[in-house]
Ligand binder design. Structure first.
Ligand SMILES: Cc1ncc(C[n+]2csc(CCOP(=O)(O)OP(=O)(O)O)c2C)c(N)n1
Ligand SMILES: [Mg+2]
Length: 685
């Protein structure tokens, strides 16, 4: 790619607080040059959108340069963490890359930072700690907290920058994240870009306590301040420099409300007819860019005209290059959904971690104990690991799976989290994006619905969008049969796995649970680990160090038979075993019984071979039947073998109802041995 040479002044991407004392005119000129470059590029992008050369939408940063340019110049691009939002082109230009790279993103060229898989300004530079945004505002704020904490854990005195619009300041994630940052002591500068409107909605319809958004800081026990970014740029540079320095030194978060502008409405298509008479004119009158220019013109005179012309030429040259770039092709798209297989870790080949202690080759453990041992092993052997969740520290978790870990590994590795599943998951995502490998426990799988955006739209799509690796294990105590009712009994695999980019394991015994935790931990993708609550203490079974622990991604044949192929997973494995006993005893019919174990990606070849031999398929799961995971299994298993089948596939699951509470009702809702036998007898005719 040819990169046009930028004007010399744009080769300087940094300002240090000392520069403001030693050479304020030079610092202001550099700030002006970047503001002008951002404005020129934003204006040209708008033109090209109107000409139909840019698709999607264009949400310009015109008017926001007085905030984003000083801040990006002052940040330490070598260690700090940032997530720009949709008014921050100027920040992107300063943080990393060349204007052509950023234009490639707008044009959705093959060479775009998202390989044209995301549009508009939804890109970042994960390798340089610029976290790509997703549309869902507020969601990335906790990611910044996590990645910044990761930097600090690695001994780097980083500051994180999290941007929030006046509108997005109403999202739950922003509140969860500011509270979390205060609780954990995360050095994040939260910046509210208050441009008075969220699309057409004024601040007064976002926040009942007036327009002083910075005052929210007090509610989280953090410092807050307000900054008029339309006023004196020199003052703003100094204020931002001292806020950044304060966050860097104290390690505490801080909230800045930046009063800024949105000169071109919400987006290119915005008619702006909701503005009051004269309001648009007032915005233009407050524009910090011409004001700064007028100030500099006194000393610089005609030199500024030359600089503007040079910047305009540079932007045009970059546009010419970007417009000539190849379009993307679908090649490689499917292969980029998941990060490639990660190397295995050099585990101590024993259940324990101390090579000196020779643990017995196998121990009899409950599934909860097996998971506890695996977590212990991971924490002991992998410094990049940490465990987080509600009540998991001294209490050891609602199901005591994390018992004693806190005592040994302490608060920095075994972290109690507040009731804030979305921000906690977002924090874990941020840690993972920066190279840590968090394991998050949801108290009950049900509460993961609080974090659906983080899990399905943010974490699951990260590799596809940006090539980033996101090693994250989400432990989900799931399933019913325990009289816990609708909100503590769900099976959520079909909800989550209908979205691309998540891996999932669902072990049914202690050995598989131990193996699954290691396999999930090693994976460079978000992995859902379904743990059926009814299996935590169903009994003890032998667990040994298994060098083939990754085999847990594959289905396992539990019994051999020839009448039908019987596929299930989770707690239903035990029920299915009893059903197999019944049919071999009463009907002399044997089933090839499979424990699926890996739910995503599906590896079905061995089961297909079985079906090619038996010609009959039974699929059983605990979750609801309609839209259930069994529908996918039946379709995937039979589509190539359809004409060899001797019976219609039998798909068994729960009733299509919320999980009812009373044991009598729950028994009617869930598959039971009697009901499964009855259904199979009917099916056999
Ligand atoms: C959670 C969420 N809801 C709705 C939207 C759709 N939307 C995109 S931008 C926008 C307005 C955002 O306003 P604000 O946070 O003030 O940022 P601004 O656009 O003013 O910079 C809305 C509602 C979204 N992106 N995210
Ligand atoms: Mg706004």
């Amino acid at each position: 790619m040819f990169y046009p040479e930028p004007p010399a002044i744009l080769n300087g991407r940094n300002l240090r607080p000392a520069d403001l004392d030693t050479d304020l005119p030079g610092a202001l000129l550099r700030t002006y040059a970047w503001m002008q470059a951002a404005r020129t590029a934003d204006n040209r992008i708008l033109d090209l959108f109107r000409q139909g050369l840019i698709r999607g939408t264009v949400t310009g940063g015109q008017g926001n340069e007085g905030l984003i340019v000083p801040l990006a110049l002052l940040a330490d691009k070598a260690i700090d963490v940032i997530c720009f939002t949709h008014r921050d082109l100027g920040g992107h230009l300063i943080w990393s890359g060349h204007l052509v790279d950023h234009l490639n993103q707008y044009f959705a060229n093959a060479a775009s930072p998202t390989k044209a898989r995301e549009g508009n300004i939804h890109h970042g530079d994960p390798q340089n700690r610029s976290i790509p945004m997703i549309s869902h505002l507020g969601i990335m704020v906790s990611n910044v907290g996590g990645a910044t904490d990761s930097q600090r854990r690695l001994g780097r005195p980083a500051v994180g920058f999290a941007f929030i619009g006046d509108g997005s300041s109403s999202t739950g994630d922003v509140h969860e994240s500011m509270n979390l940052a205060s609780l954990l002591g995360l050095p994040v500068l939260f910046v509210i870009e208050n441009n008075r409107y969220a699309y057409s909605t004024p601040v007064s319809e976002q926040y009942a306590a007036g327009t002083e958004l910075w005052q929210r800081a007090a509610g989280y026990g953090i410092e807050g301040l307000v900054l008029d970014c339309t006023a004196d740029v020199a003052v703003n540079l100094r204020t931002l420099a001292s806020a950044i320095d304060r966050v860097r030194q104290t390690g505490r978060p801080m909230l800045v409300e930046a009063r800024t502008l949105r000169l071109r409405g919400h987006a290119a298509y915005d008619t702006c007819d909701y503005l009051k008479p004269g309001e648009a004119d007032a915005f233009f009158a407050a524009d910090p860019l011409p004001k700064l220019r007028a100030r500099l013109a006194i000393a610089q005179g005609a030199k500024l005209d030359a600089l503007d012309a040079e910047i305009a030429r540079f932007v045009e040259d970059c546009l010419t290059v970007a417009l000539a770039q190849p379009r993307p092709t679908p090649e490689g798209m499917a292969g980029d959904l998941f990060a490639p297989d990660a190397p295995t870790r050099p585990w101590v080949p024993s259940l324990d971690s101390d090579p000196g202690t020779t643990s017995s080759p196998s121990e009899s453990l409950t599934m909860a104990q097996a998971l506890n041992r695996a977590l212990h092993k991971v924490l002991a052997e992998r410094p990049e690991s940490l465990v987080l969740g509600q009540d998991i520290a001294t209490y050891g978790g609602a199901f005591k799976v994390t018992e004693n870990l806190f005592k040994e590994f302490g608060r920095s590795r075994v972290m109690n989290m507040p009731l804030a599943e979305s921000a906690s998951t977002g924090y874990a995502i941020g840690l993972a994006l920066n190279g840590h490998r968090p394991i998050e426990e949801f108290q009950f799988a049900d509460f993961s619905t609080e974090a659906v955006t983080q899990i399905t739209l943010n974490a699951a799509t990260a590799h596809f969008r940006s090539g980033a690796r996101l090693p994250l294990v989400l432990r989900l105590p799931c399933g019913g049969g325990l009289t816990f009712g609708s909100f503590h009994s769900e099976e959520l695999e079909s909800l989550f796995l209908s979205m691309p980019g998540l891996k999932a394991l669902y072990p049914s015994n202690s050995q598989d649970a131990f193996n699954a935790l290691l396999a999930a931990f090693e994976d460079d993708n978000p992995v859902l680990l379904f743990e059926h609550k009814g299996l935590y203490r169903r009994g003890k079974s032998p667990v040994a160090w298994d060098p083939n622990y990754r085999d847990v991604w594959n289905p396992k044949r539990l019994r051999s038979g020839d009448y039908a192929t019987f596929v299930t997973y989770g707690e239903m494995v035990y029920l299915a075993g009893e059903v197999c006993d019944y049919f071999s005893g009463e009907y002399e019919r044997t089933f090839d019984l499979w424990d699926l174990r890996g739910l995503s990606p599906l590896r079905l070849n061995a089961i297909k071979d079985s079906l090619a031999r038996t010609h009959r398929l039974i699929v059983l799961h605990e979750g609801r039947r309609t839209h259930g995971f069994g529908a996918e299994l039946v379709a995937s298993l039979t589509e190539e073998l359809f004409f060899s089948l001797e019976a219609a596939p039998l798909r068994l699951g729960a009733l299509d109802l919320p999980v009812p509470f009373a044991p009598e009702l729950e028994a009617a809702f869930r598959p039971t041995k009697e009901k499964v036998i009855e259904a199979i007898v009917r099916w056999m005719g």
